[in-house]
Design a protein around this ligand. Structure first.
Ligand code: BGC
Length: 729
């Protein structure tokens, strides 16, 4: 019998799972209820009843157990690129490494929901086998601005893509019998003063952009938990926002799980409990006491407390700890590494490939491998999303594993200097010699970022440094003079400036932060073992200032003090409304460096015979994709809708569905089915607090990117659709 059950059994008290939840609630003291609603980051659960084996070292938090009723504790651990726990434990020779999967931005670049689900299954299995109950992932805030320091943990600038990816991840993880926490709810789109800043967003932009992905994930995947964010929304902390956490999330969307707070203890406890945070994380004693005294002083109703306790009990009954699951601490890390590699293979995006520079040809074997990041792969980003993985395959080793040879002198310069952790300035004369004695040059440029701070727009982050530019120019000049190719690999956490230098190299491979198997995956693409099929989940602008939100986003605010009245520090106005990403660039015909949905392949595809069929609740579009090139490959078909004129502004088009083919051999075809509901056509009208799909003719654009439309259809919506909602946020 587990320790947390002993008391309930010996004292013949109602036991969770045997007695009804009503019975347990009515038997609990106020103190016990308060304890259950506050995380166990203090003396409760583990010290009192957890066996040492239950302490999952390095997990982000726990909930408390109440042994009198057989209520177990639970363990919450970070994601979203893998499980984050300590790999080593005191006095224990075993290791507890977890798989470092590619970051979410790479996963969404796969546009492959099955692939993302498989990653979720593998990750969920590690949650289970390492004795945890909930993975604090997926993170799914929108890429409002490319400089958000956590974008690598997020999926996309488009809410449909983000929502579908998150739903697949949740379904994958939860198929293992453990929970997820979709986060950070909501509009947590900057890291500068993230715990105090207010995101000031219109009702329309909120509904159509910032909430939409969460709505899809809640409705399609039923995450066990939702994490309320650090920031304020229109002046109110999301954690104290009843209309957000209850009216919208529960009443409108039908959410049934728990809401847990992001890791802070500086909010008004009573307001949090009333608003609908069922679990205050990581938890402290003052919060427990605050709940107890507020109920006694009639400042918090017992029915609010009981409502949250019920949610907590229902949640806990789903956990592996409640079912007494005997975890092994031995997940199949080898099998999961293969999943990580496959996912990376599918999410790497080929941005440029002049004259079929890639894949590398037979004989292009002596590679001059430049750039520190070729020797020190950035597998993932920093902060709570950083996984403690057993190893990282860098590009150098990935190339070696794939059978390539490296030019020894270049290799030795980097290996000697790598420890210095600085940019390595390579002498142009040296580069010229290497252009003669090697066959091809590969240069990696890396960028990393972290929770807690945003990126900056200038050199060294969004832009290349002058050292990087000089190296690129020198390598390109020297190698092109010898009729040899130069390939750039971008090992980056997010969007970088490309327009000013992209003409120089022959090919550009966007590898993102590809996880522990990254070097092998990049080599798969360079060699052609894998044909690239990733596509951009966001737009690459020409200049940072081209992005509408750049006018209202922290711009190098390092060292400033918090000031509630100060623009972009105290509050951030989302003045651009719905004009985020391609919705802006495409509608206003602004040039970009690479458009949303873009990515090259080593083969070509034709799009034919598209047709549309009306179904009970919406539409099905069929399109025949044929591989018209010489090598096998996969294609992503993207379906955009262009709505008829309305009395509110409409984007030129919006993504409403997408699908990816299987691996198609040359000349092979597949008919893809792309589905959307009639209600997906609606925009949000603020004045009437109503979703409205206007009657009229809608164009269906099916293409290979937002600016490469291959087939156009249309259909008529005879009657308008209107759906009023309650919450005002
Ligand atoms: C982050 C969350 C994370 C939590 C627990 C917070 O600082 O914002 O994403 O899950 O810490 O580590």
């Amino acid at each position: 019998m587990l320790s947390y059950c002993v008391q309930a059994v010996s004292q013949k008290l109602p036991q969770l799972g045997k007695a009804s939840i009503d019975k347990i609630i009515s038997s609990m003291t106020l103190e016990e209820k308060a304890q259950l609603l506050v995380g166990g980051n203090h003396e409760f659960s583990i010290n009192k009843v957890g066996k040492s084996v239950d302490l999952v070292s390095g997990a982000a938090g726990t909930t408390v157990s109440i042994p009198r009723f057989c209520i177990p504790f639970s363990v919450e651990t970070d994601g979203p690129a893998g499980v984050r726990i300590n790999p080593l434990r005191k006095g224990d020779t075993n290791t507890y490494y977890c798989t470092g999967f590619p970051v979410e931005t790479l996963l969404s670049s796969t546009w492959n929901t099955d692939m993302v689900k498989r990653v979720g299954e593998a990750m969920g299995n590690e949650v289970l086998e390492y004795g945890c109950d909930v993975l604090l992932a997926p993170a799914m805030n929108l890429h409002r601005n490319p400089l958000c320091g956590r974008n690598f943990e997020y999926y996309s600038e488009d809410p449909l893509l983000a929502g579908k990816m998150a739903a697949s991840m949740v379904n994958g993880v939860q198929s293992q019998g453990v929970g997820t926490s979709i986060k950070h709810f909501v509009a947590n789109n900057q890291e500068t003063f993230r715990t105090e800043n207010s995101s000031d967003v219109s009702q329309r932009a909120l509904r159509e952009m910032y909430l939409k992905g969460f709505e899809i994930a809640v409705k399609e995947a039923h995450p066990w938990t939702v994490m309320s964010s650090y920031n304020k929304l229109n002046g109110v902390y999301t954690q104290e926002d009843y209309p957000l956490l209850t009216t919208l999330l529960r009443d409108e969307w039908g959410y049934k799980g728990i809401v847990m707070t992001d890791w802070t203890d500086t909010r008004n406890t009573v307001a949090q409990i009333h608003a609908g945070d069922d679990l205050l994380m990581p938890g402290n004693k003052e919060q427990v006491n605050a709940i107890i005294s507020a109920v006694k002083d009639d400042k918090l109703s017992m029915s609010d407390v009981d409502r949250n306790v019920r949610n907590m009990l229902e949640f806990l009954m789903k956990t592996p700890r409640f079912r007494h699951y005997e975890y092994t601490n031995k997940p199949d890390l080898k099998a999961h590494a293969n999943v990580a590699r496959e996912a990376a293979d599918e999410g790497i995006v080929l941005l440029k490939n002049d004259d079929n520079a890639l894949p590398l040809k037979e004989g292009e074997n002596d590679i001059a491998l430049f750039g520190r990041d070729s020797y020190y792969l950035l597998a993932g980003g920093l902060g709570s999303g950083d996984v403690n993985k057993a190893y990282v395959v860098n590009l150098k080793n990935g190339l070696k594993n794939a059978g390539f040879g490296l030019q020894a002198k270049v290799d030795s310069i980097y290996e000697k200097n790598i420890k210095l952790k600085k940019e390595i300035d390579v002498d142009p004369a040296f580069i010229q010699l290497r252009a003669k004695d090697s066959k091809v040059a590969i240069i990696s440029f890396g960028r990393n970022s972290s929770e807690g701070s945003d990126r900056y727009a200038g050199a060294g982050d969004f832009e290349l440094t002058s050292t990087e530019r000089d190296m690129l120019t020198n390598v390109v000049n020297a190698f092109h003079a010898e009729h040899k190719k130069v390939i750039v690999v971008l090992n980056v956490c997010g969007v970088v400036e490309t327009a000013s230098w992209k003409d120089l190299p022959d090919a550009i491979v966007l590898a993102w932060q590809p996880g522990q198997e990254g070097g092998n995956a990049i080599a798969d693409i360079l060699k052609g073992t894998v044909n690239p099929s990733g596509k951009l989940p966001m737009t690459f602008p020409i200049n940072y200032m081209d992005i509408p939100s750049s006018k209202n986003f922290p711009y190098d605010y390092k060292g400033e003090k918090f000031d509630a009245q100060k623009k972009d520090i105290g509050y951030t106005k989302y003045d651009e409304g719905i004009w985020v990403g391609y919705r802006y660039f495409n509608t206003f015909d602004k040039k970009v460096s690479y458009p949303f949905g873009y990515g090259l392949s080593y083969t070509t595809f034709s799009y034919d015979y598209s047709m549309i069929k009306e179904t009970k609740n919406g539409y099905e579009v069929y399109v025949k994709i044929t591989n018209t090139g010489k090598v096998a490959g996969k294609e992503v078909a993207e379906l955009y809708i262009s709505a008829p004129k309305s009395d509110i502004d409409k984007p030129a088009c919006e993504l409403k569905a997408f699908a990816k083919t299987k691996l198609l051999q040359p000349e092979e075809s597949e008919v893809l089915t792309l589905k959307f509901a009639a209600t997906d056509l609606a925009s949000f009208h603020e004045n009437s607090n109503c979703w409205v799909a206007d009657a009229g003719v809608y164009k269906v654009l099916i293409g290979s990117s937002v600016s490469d439309i291959r087939q156009t259809l249309s259909f008529k919506l005879k009657n308008p659709i209107e759906k009023k909602v309650k919450a005002k946020l």
